[in-house]
Design a protein around this ligand. Structure first.
Ligand SMILES: CC(C)(COP(=O)(O)OP(=O)(O)OC[C@H]1O[C@@H](n2cnc3c(N)ncnc32)[C@H](O)[C@@H]1OP(=O)(O)O)[C@@H](O)C(=O)NCCC(=O)NCCS
Length: 167
């Protein structure tokens, strides 16, 4: 699955990109998560970008891809470590156009190139069907607590290599 034209993918540039991606992160949750997460849950979720320095440190881990159109970020996704998708956020005006699915495919390619045998994610209720469409299977429904608020999420995995049955 390719990114829609004319979106290009770049690597995250620490410090330079932090504020732009924090704004995208907030807008994505504030708008797209409304259908599945209430106001308290969304507030707890976005609060992880309040401290820009720690958000920048978080984005600097592993590989963070930034999808851009005309220089402006429209989505980002992170592989950290090489067998785990840690973040996936799409700008509201770009949702439901295949950007999320295309970034999952790019991270999967990177995981395969790093010889990961399985790729996992703790997905939101919104992202779960996008990962299932990309071949991930549900392992467990979970809840993560942020600021004393419970947020439902779903642990999914996708095997990347056939098991070696030859013994
Ligand atoms: C989940 C997310 C990354 C999907 O990005 P996307 O570019 O819209 O994904 P795709 O276009 O590849 O796939 C679209 C699918 O995502 C889901 N989706 C996207 N926006 C949605 C919304 N507002 N409400 C419910 N489901 C939504 C649907 O399953 C949709 O499929 P459909 O259009 O056939 O119903 C995006 O909605 C987002 O950033 N959400 C807020 C933050 C979030 O939940 N991040 C995931 C953390 S693991």
């Amino acid at each position: 699955m390719a990114l829609p034209d004319p979106i290009v993918c770049e690597r995250y540039v620490p410090r330079r990109d932090a504020a732009e991606l924090a704004a995208l992160f907030r807008a994505s949750i504030a708008t797209l998560a409304v259908s599945r997460y209430d106001a308290a849950q969304r507030a707890a979720w976005v609060s992880s970008a309040d401290d820009l320095a720690s958000f920048d440190a978080r984005l600097s881990r592993g590989v963070t891809l930034v999808a851009r159109r005309g220089g402006a970020a429209v989505a980002f996704a992170q592989l950290a470590p090489v067998d785990h998708i840690e973040m996936l956020y799409v700008a509201p005006e770009w949702s439901r156009r295949g950007v999320g699915g295309a970034l999952i495919a790019q991270l999967e390619q990177l995981a395969r190139a790093s010889k990961a045998s399985v790729l996992s994610v703790d997905a939101s209720a919104l992202a779960r069907p996008v990962f299932e469409r990309a071949g991930f299977s549900l392992i467990a429904a979970q809840a993560v607590f942020r600021d004393g608020v419970s947020l439902p999420r779903f642990h999914l995995c996708k095997p990347l290599r056939a098991a070696n049955l030859s013994g």
